[in-house]
Design a protein around this ligand. Structure first.
Ligand code: SAJ
Length: 421
């Protein structure tokens, strides 16, 4: 199994390709985006990831190459699909990338190859969508098929593609065994073999819906505690002294990223077709989707106390990325906050050090100098360490509860967080 092809060179596929090359596989990366392919072949990481940029630069020239020519798949013993699985504006799963990738793989597959899907999909996708596309050209004796859900956590300094434990499940026992052997050849972490491909698909969906409902839970507690004037961070800290059965999550402006706000809809939709309604998962999605509006409501509460309104106000929104210290803005709640502010007649000044091309003003100082109010929407290090003097005289909504509340209030700055005041 010496030659590998990774289909899709994004946040999931590119780190995996570099790892396979580092571990001695002749590795091809296939992507339909020729600009991305050219940049990668010039050893330039197409997105902001310092670790990956270093990896790309240190790879031996002949160990990894990117291409937009699908015929390369014919040379590969192992083909891994790492394409996006988004939802559309109605939160409906969009498997078009998976279907397109599976068709490309089927047309160019090498007989006897191992096909693995890493993209996050609902239970049943491999057998109901991918397999029929492969069987248009092959019989199930001609290839092996498995699912190994991706577990990349962008920006995480501790956990990376090489040391995160993985689970695999195959169409049949031999597919599971082959897929497990492949991952054991590149990972330093444990690889758990499951009884079926569907079980593997269900693992990722479960782990991410688990996170979404826990975030919704703490967001609801925060909204309740705002009415009770209880500081939720203090209560979480207290609850977390319990050495078992409590797992802290933190309230905020909502849930962004390419996983957590998306994956639950894949299960909700699939379950509907199998006759089950996920009321709890749907409610959690509703609560989290409402947090951008709640954040603006916190601003309106603060303004009301000062007999002011959002209309005509200049509001600085600090942070466009969906989480701290990354440049990824996918599904970021910040854009929903900006949209609501604009609809209410505010002038919005956006600033994110990781997304400079979208900044209203080049510098954070200029942004703040022109703002009556400030919403911290992403807890970037720069904002957490910002000199509080810059916020004097402004109304501050700390959407990520990332400032030192006592210090802010000592400076007579109007402050509200999410679940704290
Ligand atoms: N968020 C909260 N409160 C929390 C945790 C997160 O509001 O307590 C928000 C974040 O601000 C962000 C969104 O939720 O907008 C998602 O945050 P995340 O930390 O889950 O970040 P992701 O999307 O990068 O999630 C990845 C996922 N990894 C994979 O899908 C392979 C997820 O499964 C991991 O649990 C997560 O990293 C992690 O634990 O860091």
């Amino acid at each position: 199994m010496q030659t590998v092809c990774i289909i899709g060179l994004g946040y999931v596929g590119l780190p995996l390709a570099c790892l396979c090359a580092k571990k001695g596989y002749t590795t091809w990366g296939y992507d339909v985006d020729t600009t991305k392919v050219n940049r990668i072949n010039q050893k330039k990481c197409p997105f902001n990831d310092e670790r990956l940029q270093k990896e790309l630069k240190t790879l031996a020239a002949d160990s990894f190459k990117a291409t937009s020519d699908p015929s390369i798949i014919r040379q590969c013993d192992t083909v891994i699909v790492c394409v996006p699985t988004p939802v559309d504006e109605k939160h409906m799963p969009d498997l078009a990338y998976v279907e397109s990738a599976a068709t490309t793989v089927a047309k160019h597959l090498k007989k006897g190859a191992l096909v693995i899907v890493e993209s996050t999909i609902y239970p049943g996708t491999c057998e109901e969508i991918v397999l029929p596309l492969l069987k248009k050209y092959w019989t199930t004796n001609d290839f092996f098929l498995a699912h190994c859900p991706e577990r990349i956590d962008p920006g995480n300094k501790q956990w990376n593609v090489e040391n995160i434990p993985r689970v695999v499940g195959g169409l049949n026992a031999e597919s599971t065994t082959k897929a497990a052997a492949f991952y054991r050849s590149i990972l330093t972490s444990a690889v758990t073999e499951l009884s079926s491909i569907k079980a593997a698909e269900a693992v990722k969906i479960m782990e991410n819906t688990f996170r979404d409902v826990n975030i919704a839970f703490i967001n609801e507690m925060a909204m309740s505690f705002d009415k009770l004037n209880i500081d939720i961070l203090e209560v979480i800290k207290g609850a977390n002294t319990k050495p078992f059965a409590f797992m802290p999550h933190y309230p905020g402006t909502g849930v962004g990223g390419h996983c957590i706000p998306v994956d639950p809809y894949y299960l909700i939709e699939k379950a509907k077709h199998s006759g089950f309604e996920h009321k709890f998962l749907s409610l959690a999605r509703e609560i989290n989707n409402n947090m951008p509006l709640y954040t603006v409501t916190r601003l309106e509460e603060a303004l009301a106390a000062a007999n002011k309104k959002v209309k005509g106000l200049s509001v600085a929104v600090l942070g466009l990325a969906y989480k701290a210290n990354v440049d990824d803005t996918r599904e970021s709640p910040s854009y929903k906050i900006i949209d609501i502010l604009k609809k209410r007649g505010a002038t919005v000044l956006a600033y994110d050090p990781y997304v400079p091309q979208q900044n209203t003003k080049e510098k954070v100082n200029d942004t703040l100098d022109n703002a009556d109010a400030v919403i911290i929407a992403t807890d970037h290090k720069e904002f957490k360490e910002m000199p509080l003097e810059r916020l004097k005289g402004k109304i501050v909504i700390d959407g990520k509860n990332c400032l030192d509340k006592e210090k802010v209030k000592k400076m007579c700055i109007s402050y509200r967080g999410i679940g704290r005041e």
